[in-house]
Design a protein around this ligand. Structure first.
Ligand code: ATP
Length: 759
């Protein structure tokens, strides 16, 4: 507890963590300069606008980083707060320092909380920016552990530091920026029971960062006459795991329920409009009652969830055209659940599962920042997407990827039993102070700045940006110069915010020229000296800033154009291919048409038209075919009338069907007619011949018969049965039979003749 006289550590080797900062400023030492100046290629003597005499007399603050708010890229501010050791001597006494915020009724009493007697102090403040961590006696015997000096913190708050002190150093710059329209985030990291909740929320006697910030925000808002239309909104939610299963998001506002998260956006989170600090505080107090807490060996009211509080400032302007509320800045404060070692806490069952979730989130949070740091050190190393591994890091993605500014406060306990926890935290988190953030953010009150609050997707932002570029110059007609200037600035800011998705930090850094750094440094120096800024300097810095924005903007635009050009080339080659295939298809189509005509022709007239036939030939054959067709048609009609065609056309048949059946009938008829005609002709011819022969033989027979008759009448008796009438009849009969049996008759006749001759 007594930091002024810590227990003497035995002789150990001291290791310096975070390389000593050459630029650390003391009033008598050299003035720290940004990195470009210390490079071998550029020296302060190369800069014409500054003389050494101008710079040397300037008194700089202890830590220039704290006040370097206006530089283009700034380091992540990491603060360290050491919690006082508890003075409990007995386990039955309540904790001396206890959160005065309403307690969660589910939290158990502190009767059984084991508190070890304060003994050795391992962590001592070296100066306001560094601490020395010495291993406790027990570990020194192992000869493995060494004393470590951790340097470079934005500020180290000793055990006796007050909440107000912490606020002024750490949160006030954030609040100032917030009131100027810049978003920011404060996150508290540290082992369980190290004082994160105490720092963030505080107690009634020692209000924490949130109540102090709220008081300051409303005091300023009330005192300001510039923006009477500004409104503040408060939202509060926690991310916890239900018995260690999946993570859940709970709205801690009065009627809030379970929430869902899509990408980095919390869906359905209620925002309450707050009009004064008291109202806001009571809302937070109610939220704290609902927050998940439990008693552990480390803390009698240990947070079991990650708690996030958002204070949003908005202008009471409703965009009639786009139906959206103008968005302002967002101040986010995160109280992380403290990482805990199972051995230390003795957690079991549900508590142990909670511990796993808490430790996992803390680890992912650290991994994100580590990856960002490594990526910034070596651009070849990709920025790992660790943020995907927990809901909290997904929500804070922009901060963890260096796109928005944030501040970290590390809380530790100095006791010997806390040595391992403190050592782990300091080793892991102290390098984060080397992370750089882009400090370019649009002020919310700039005219024309209408960024959508968690509603526009990245694609939509780019689309909007595209339009804003092309609309530029057309929409500004008829406006005053001042308006134009403001509007342009707003548009640049909006466009730049959109382009942050495209333009990497690297590009932004490339863009920042040495000259602008010099100018901004000069501005800083002058601000620190409380000297009024020269008008020229402000103008120059403004132009530099615009220049940088424009350069980043142009680069991003160029990239977009290049992509479009590629797409255009691909589209053109596709069009050419399509054109070629269209020509081929046309040729094929005309060929097919010709073929179809031929086929139609052949089907209609049943005659094969040779491929060699000329159109004249075709026409001739067509005429012949037509003539033949009409003949056949006549024939067919004849046949139809006799019903011999076999293709009867019903009365209901449509003209088309009639035509078809007629065509069919004609073709059939043609075949049948030809065959039957030939048969009949040959038969007729044959019959005629036989008839002539038979007629001749009949006349001969007649002659014979006559001769016989005359013979009989001359000497021979003619039988009574054969009268001359009968003979005539039989002759006729013979003739009629002759037609059917000529051969037979002939044979019979010959026999008769032979008999007669013999006789
Ligand atoms: N700077 C401080 N001054 C006085 N008391 C403090 C300080 N920091 C912490 N405490 C006390 O220590 C106890 C534990 O602190 P707190 O609950 O804030 O820890 P925590 O880091 O939030 O723990 P957890 O992560 O488990 O929630 C509280 O009773 C608190 O009042």
């Amino acid at each position: 507890m007594d930091l002024k006289s810590p227990l003497q550590c035995p002789k150990t080797v001291t290791v310096r963590r975070n390389p000593p900062r050459k630029a650390r400023a003391t009033p008598s030492s050299a003035i720290p300069l940004p990195t470009p100046f210390s490079s071998s290629t550029s020296t302060p003597h190369d800069i014409p606008s500054f003389s050494v005499e101008d710079i040397l007399p300037i008194q700089l603050p202890q830590n220039p980083k704290v006040e370097a708010g206006s530089s283009l890229s700034e380091n992540l501010k990491v603060f360290l707060r050491i919690r006082p050791q508890t003075t409990l001597q007995s386990s039955t006494k309540p904790a001396k320092f206890k959160n005065a915020w309403p307690q969660n009724p589910t939290a158990k009493n502190t009767k059984n909380l084991k508190v070890k007697k304060t003994s050795e102090i391992c962590l001592k403040v070296t100066d306001s920016h560094s601490v020395t961590l010495s291993p406790p006696q027990s570990l020194q015997d192992l000869k493995r552990v060494k004393s470590e000096i951790y340097e470079g913190f934005s500020r180290v708050f000793a055990v006796d530091s007050s909440q107000d002190e912490v606020y002024e150093e750490m949160v006030n710059p954030l609040v100032k920026d917030f009131m100027r329209g810049k978003s920011g985030m404060l996150a508290a990291l540290g082992p369980s029971g190290s004082g994160k909740t105490h720092t963030i929320f505080g107690s009634t006697r020692q209000p924490g960062m949130i109540p102090l910030a709220l008081h300051r925000i409303f005091a300023r808002a009330e005192g300001s006459e510039i923006e009477p239309s500004r409104t503040f909104y408060l939202s509060m939610f926690e991310i916890r795991s239900e018995r260690g299963k999946s993570e859940r998001v709970i709205d801690l506002s009065q009627d809030g329920g379970e929430l869902s998260m899509q990408q980095s956006i919390i869906k359905g989170l209620q925002e309450t409009t707050v009009y004064d600090a008291q109202q806001a505080e009571s809302l937070i107090a109610r939220g704290m009652i609902r927050r998940a807490t439990a008693m552990t060996n480390s803390n009698n009211q240990s947070s079991r969830s990650q708690c996030i509080i958002n204070i949003r400032s908005g202008l009471n302007k409703f965009d009639e055209q786009e139906h959206v509320q103008s968005e302002g800045a967002l101040l986010t404060i995160v109280d992380l659940a403290g990482a805990e070692r199972e051995k230390r806490t003795g957690n079991q069952g549900a508590r142990l599962l909670e511990s796993n979730f808490i430790n996992n989130t803390s680890m992912v949070f650290g991994l994100c920042l580590r990856s960002l740091l490594e990526h910034q050190k070596n651009r070849k190393k990709p920025l790992q997407k660790h943020f995907q591994n927990s809901l909290l890091t997904r929500y804070l993605r922009d901060y963890l990827e260096g796109k928005k500014r944030m501040t970290l406060i590390l809380t530790v306990k100095p006791g010997e039993e806390d040595y391992l926890d403190a050592s782990f935290l300091l080793r892991q988190a102290s390098p984060f102070m080397n992370i750089k953030f882009s400090n370019v953010e649009e002020p919310s009150n700039a005219k024309g700045n209408k960024r959508r609050f968690q509603t526009l997707s990245r694609a939509e932002q780019l689309k909007k940006m595209k339009y804003s570029i092309f609309e530029d110059g057309t929409t500004n007609e008829g406006k005053s110069d001042g308006d134009d200037q403001l509007e342009k600035e707003g548009e640049f800011m909006t466009s730049f915010a959109c382009f942050q998705a495209v333009v990497t930090l690297e590009q932004i850094e490339e863009v920042s020229a040495t000259k602008s750094l010099v100018q901004s440094l000069k501005m800083n120096l002058e601000m620190n000296r409380d000297l009024p800024l020269k008008k020229d300097d402000i103008e120059l810095a403004k132009r530099d800033r615009e220049n940088q924005i424009l350069q980043g903007f142009t680069k991003a635009l160029w990239n977009v154009l290049k992509q479009w050009k590629k797409k255009l080339e691909v589209a053109e080659s596709e069009i050419n291919c399509l054109r070629e295939s269209l020509t081929t298809e046309k040729a094929r189509s005309s060929e097919l048409k010709n073929e179809l005509n031929h086929l139609k022709f052949r089907r209609t007239y049943g005659n094969e038209v040779s491929a060699e036939e000329t159109p004249a030939d075709v026409r001739e054959s067509l005429t012949i075919q037509k003539a033949r067709s009409s003949e056949l048609e006549n024939g067919a009609n004849g046949f139809k009338s006799h019903g011999s065609c076999g293709n009867e056309v019903s009365a209901e048949a449509s003209p088309v069907e009639v035509d078809e059946s007629r065509e069919h009938g004609v073709a059939k008829l043609e075949g049948q007619t030809t065959i039957s005609h030939e048969v009949v002709e040959s038969e007729t011819f044959r019959l005629r011949e036989s008839l002539t022969i038979e007629k001749a033989s009949a006349s001969e027979l007649e002659y014979e018969v006559n001769a016989l008759e005359s013979c009989f009448s001359n000497g021979k008796e003619v039988s009574p049965e054969h009268s001359p009438g009968e003979l005539d009849e039989s002759r006729e009969h013979g003739f009629s039979e002759f037609g059917s049996q000529p051969t037979k008759t002939c044979e019979v006749a010959f026999c008769c003749i032979q008999i007669l001759v013999q006789c």
